[in-house]
Ligand binder design. Sequence first.
Ligand code: UDP
Ligand code: MG
Length: 139
Amino acid sequence: MIEKTLSIIKPDAVERNLIGTIVGRFEKEGFKVVAMKLQRLTKDDAKDFYIEHKARPFYNSLVEYMTSGPVVLMVLQRENAIAKNREVMGATNPAQALPGTIRKEYALSLEKNSVHGSDSAASAAREVEFFFPELVRGC
Ligand code: UDP
Ligand code: MG
């Protein structure tokens, strides 16, 4: 099934000039970039976006980090995009990510792990609409 998923190139990767490298990697894996913008998230954006983690000990630090510099927000489309994106990203903790995954190659730490990807169909629907409401309204 052709799916859309939300991808974010996080501040650590934007800061290290990895936008082209990471977008190129997704394109090589057969994803089509169907929406894209560079943006600095507000505290409210980051808090709302990660609301599922509100009770977790890393939440405040995560919000600080995600607002520390610009991010690239993208909607990626391909067959089985949601699971495939998670596979290409690698495990949340780069120490556990498989060789060749984006996080294994570029992440700095468990927090500064370079990319975000929606983790389910429900998350993808919510997250695409969160940053690209115009895309959803048009469908
Ligand atoms: N995170 C963290 N410490 C943790 C777990 C997660 O700093 O112990 C950060 C990390 O940047 C991660 C984000 O919070 O990507 C969201 O966590 P989640 O468990 O949803 O991981 P993901 O879906 O990004 O792999
Ligand atoms: Mg997640």
